[in-house]
Write a protein that binds this ligand. Structure first.
Ligand code: T5A
Ligand code: NA
Length: 208
């Protein structure tokens, strides 16, 4: 049996990642593909509770400390993620280490320093980047509630994401209708699943 794929959604705040990752898992499961939804930060763990307090501006942390907590929040999930992938479950993940690097380098932390704690995480097979201009994102419900939801910050973050892209990334126009975006992402996912079944590769290690 082929392992599952690691599929990641990235994008600026309010770009529709939760909407699209949820729909993708639903459609895959309906089609009989074993798929599981995950999200970072996972605010339900002890580390996630600290991250949540920071994002909601209830507590303060240095830029370095919050960066390392985001990374630790991924590492605490890693054994289970690898086990799920090895047992054939495709993981659909709402944000990953690219968010970690994009947001922290937008705050002027050094890129090499930012990547270091996430080196060796399971490597995504596909990354879907939901691209939206921050001015359009600001018009969506809920924008501005959390610490990074400011125009200048989001413009920086978007540029940082673009600088990290490689051939595993697909840029998706997040302004399109949600159904249309879903169809586009589903087609790309099905193609990746077919290719993987024909020619399975082991789980890679991020940034190695
Ligand atoms: N962060 C995260 C770091 O700094 N370092 C890290 O390592 C990580 C992992 C919280 C913050 O943490 C930072 C990045 C973030 O600033 P989060 O918990 O993912 O990260 O943030 P959320 O607030 O949950 O998610 P977002 O604000 O990014 O929203 P989504 O998931 O992109 O968007 P979604 O699906 O919730 O949709 C937003 C709104 O738009 C509508 C939806 O109905 C909703 O109202 N919408 C659409 N409207 C029109 N057309 C479409 N196609 C639409 N799709 C959705
Ligand atoms: Na979200």
């Amino acid at each position: 049996m082929a392992r599952g794929l690691l599929i990641v959604f990235e994008g600026c705040d309010r770009s529709g990642k939760t909407t699209q990752s949820t729909r993708l898992v639903q459609t895959l499961n309906d089609a009989g593909v074993k798929a599981k939804l995950m999200k970072f930060p996972d605010r339900t763990t002890a580390i996630g509770t600290m991250i949540d307090g920071y994002l909601q501006q209830k507590t303060q942390l240095s830029d370095q400390a919050i960066h390392l907590l985001f990374s630790a929040n991924r590492w605490e999930a890693m054994d289970q993620m690898r086990a799920d992938l090895e047992s054939g479950t495709t993981l659909v993940v709402d944000r990953y280490a690219f968010s970690g690097a994009a947001f922290s380098t937008a705050k002027r932390l050094d890129l090499t320093w930012c990547k270091a704690p996430d080196v060796g995480l399971a490597m995504p097979d596909r990354v879907f980047f939901l691209d939206i201009h921050p001015d359009d994102a600001a018009k969506r419900a809920g924008f501005g509630e959390e610490i990074y939801e400011r125009r200048e910050m989001q413009i920086e973050v978007r540029a940082k994401f673009f600088s990290m892209m490689d051939k595993t990334w697909s840029i998706v126009d997040a302004l399109k209708d949600a159904d249309e975006i879903h169809r586009q992402i589903l087609a790309l996912t099905n193609r990746a699943l077919e290719r993987h079944r024909a020619d399975p590769a082991p789980i890679g290690r991020l940034w190695t």
